[in-house]
Write a protein that binds this ligand. Structure first.
Ligand code: ADP
Ligand code: MG
Length: 388
C-alpha cells in the first residue's frame, strides 16, 4: 500500500521539479491504546506509530525560497526564509510555516527546499496527520541540512510548531510519530519523556478503527479549555496538598475529598485525569501479561470517563461504543484522540472483523445518515528515510 504512495510522490516530484528527489521521508500517524488527554497532565500514555504515512520528497532549492506542494489538496505555496513567518488562512501551510518558525527561532542554519508530499493517513480523524506532517517535514530538513537534531527533539519542535498553529497539544502525537517501532507500543512518561517499548501482542484480537466521519467545531476551543480546567483543578489540589507537583502525585481519594471546593466541571476533569492515569498502568501490565480482556475492559472505562467526566465525546462516538458493548466479540472500544469526532479504537476477536464492519456501517448510517469508515491498522516504524 505504501509503495504506491511512495512511487506516486516520487513521480510527482520529478514532474514538478525536473529532478530526482534527494531525500524521501516517511512519517506515520499514530494510535493510542489508552491514556487520553493525559499527556499534557504529566501522565503515561500507550501509543504506537501505524502503517499509514505521509510520504515527502525533498531537494535543496539552493536559495532561501521554498516551494511546497500538497499533492492531496492540489495546492502549493512558497515561503522565503528572509521574511517573518506568519500564520496564513490556508491551515495546512501553517504546520510547515510552524516548523520553519521553530527552526529559525532556535537558531538553526538552513536554506530553502523544494518539497512535495502525499498521504494515506485520513485527515482530521484523530490519527495525527498533523504530527506526521510536522515531524516528517522537520526530519527532511534535518537530513538535508545536517542540523543534528535528535529524534526526541524533532518531536518537541514538532509539538511547538503545532502550538504555534493554535492547538496547545501535549507531546504524545509527535513523540509517537517519531519514535514508533514496528509491533511495539510505547509507554511514555510525559513528565520526563522516559519511555519503554512493550510488545504489541493482542493475541486473538485485531485492532480496528471506526471513523465517525465527523469533526465538531468545538474541538479546538474545548481542547484548550480542558487544559485550563485541569490547571485550575491542580491549583486547588496544590493548595491543600502542597507536596503535589502534578496530577501524578495525587490519588483519586484526594480529588474526591476536594469535590465541594471545586466547580463541578473542574472536579470531573480532575477525577477523569487521576483515574485515567491509573488505568494506563493497569493496561500496560495487562498487555504484558497477555490479559487482553482486561485491557479491553479498561478501554471501555476510559470511554465512559471521556464521555461523562471529561465531556469530550459526542453522540456519534457514544453510539459506536454502545454498539461495541453489545457484541460479545468486541472486548474493548473507546474514542481515540482529542474527541468531538474522529475515530474509535476497538479490540475485535479475529474472524469477526468483516461482520462487525458491515453491521456497524448499517446501524451508523441509520442513526446519523453518515458513512462509517473503518481502518485495519498495523503497528509500524516512526519517521524515517526511505532508502530506494
Ligand atoms: P489529525 O492530526 O487528527 O489528522 P488535525 O486537525 O490535527 O487532525 O490535523 C489535520 C490537518 O493537518 C489538516 O486539516 C491539514 O491542514 C493538515 N494535513 C494533514 N495531512 C495533510 C495532507 N496530506 N495534505 C495537506 N495537509 C494535511
Ligand atoms: Mg492533529
Amino acid at each position: 500500500m505504501n509503495d504506491i504512495l511512495i512511487n506516486k510522490t516520487n513521480a510527482f516530484f520529478q514532474k514538478a521539479f525536473h529532478a530526482v528527489p534527494e531525500k524521501i521521508v516517511l512519517s506515520p500517524g499514530r494510535i493510542n491504546i489508552i491514556g487520553e488527554h493525559i499527556d499534557y497532565n504529566d501522565g503515561y500514555v500507550l501509543p504506537a506509530a501505524i502503517d499509514k504515512i505521509i510520504c515527502f520528497a525533498f531537494e535543496k532549492s539552493n536559495s532561501n525560497k521554498s516551494r511546497i506542494i500538497a499533492i492531496d489538496l492540489d495546492e502549493e505555496f512558497e515561503i522565503d526564509l528572509d521574511d517573518a513567518v506568519q500564520l496564513n488562512d490556508r491551515v495546512w501551510t501553517n504546520y510547515i510555516r510552524g516548523v520553519i518558525h521553530q527552526l529559525k527561532s532556535n537558531g538553526f542554519k538552513f536554506q530553502g527546499v523544494n518539497c512535495v508530499f502525499s498521504s494515506n493517513i485520513p485527515l482530521g480523524s484523530g490519527l495525527s496527520s498533523s504530527a506526521a506532517l510536522e515531524c516528517g517535514f522537520l526530519f527532511g530538513l534535518n537530513e538535508l541540512f545536517n542540523l543534528d537534531i535528535k529524534p526526541v527533539d524533532i518531536g518537541l519542535l514538532g509539538q511547538k510548531a503545532e502550538h504555534w498553529v493554535g492547538i496547545n497539544c501535549g507531546i504524545m502525537d509527535q513523540f509517537s510519530s517519531v519514535m514508533g517501532l514496528e509491533n511495539k507500543v510505547m509507554k511514555i512518561d510525559c513528565r520526563t519523556l522516559d519511555f519503554e517499548y512493550h510488545d504489541a501482542n493482542f493475541n486473538d484480537y485485531s485492532l480496528i478503527l471506526f471513523d465517525s466521519n465527523v469533526k465538531h467545531s468545538l474541538f479546538t476551543s474545548a481542547y484548550n479549555k480542558r487544559r485550563e480546567e485541569c490547571e485550575e483543578g491542580l491549583a486547588i489540589i496544590k493548595k491543600h496538598f502542597p507536596e503535589t507537583n502534578s496530577f501524578r502525585d495525587c490519588n483519586v481519594q484526594q480529588v474526591l475529598g476536594l469535590q465541594n471546593l471545586m466547580p463541578e466541571a473542574v472536579f470531573k476533569r480532575c477525577r477523569f485525569v487521576v483515574n485515567e492515569m491509573s488505568r494506563v498502568i493497569q493496561a500496560c501490565e495487562a498487555l504484558d501479561n497477555g490479559d487482553i480482556e482486561l485491557l479491553g475492559q479498561l478501554m471501555f472505562e476510559t470511554h465512559e470517563g471521556l464521555s461523562k467526566d471529561y465531556e469530550v465525546s459526542c453522540a456519534e462516538l457514544d453510539l459506536l461504543v454502545d454498539l461495541a458493548k453489545k457484541e460479545q466479540y468486541i472486548i474493548g472500544s473507546r474514542l481515540m484522540g482529542g474527541g468531538f469526532g474522529g475515530c474509535t479504537i476497538n479490540l475485535v476477536k479475529k474472524g469477526h472483523e468483516e461482520e462487525m464492519k458491515s453491521k456497524f456501517r448499517a446501524l451508523y448510517f441509520d442513526a446519523f445518515g453518515i458513512e462509517l469508515k473503518s481502518y485495519d491498522v498495523k503497528i509500524g516504524n516512526g519517521t524515517s528515510l526511505y532508502i530506494q
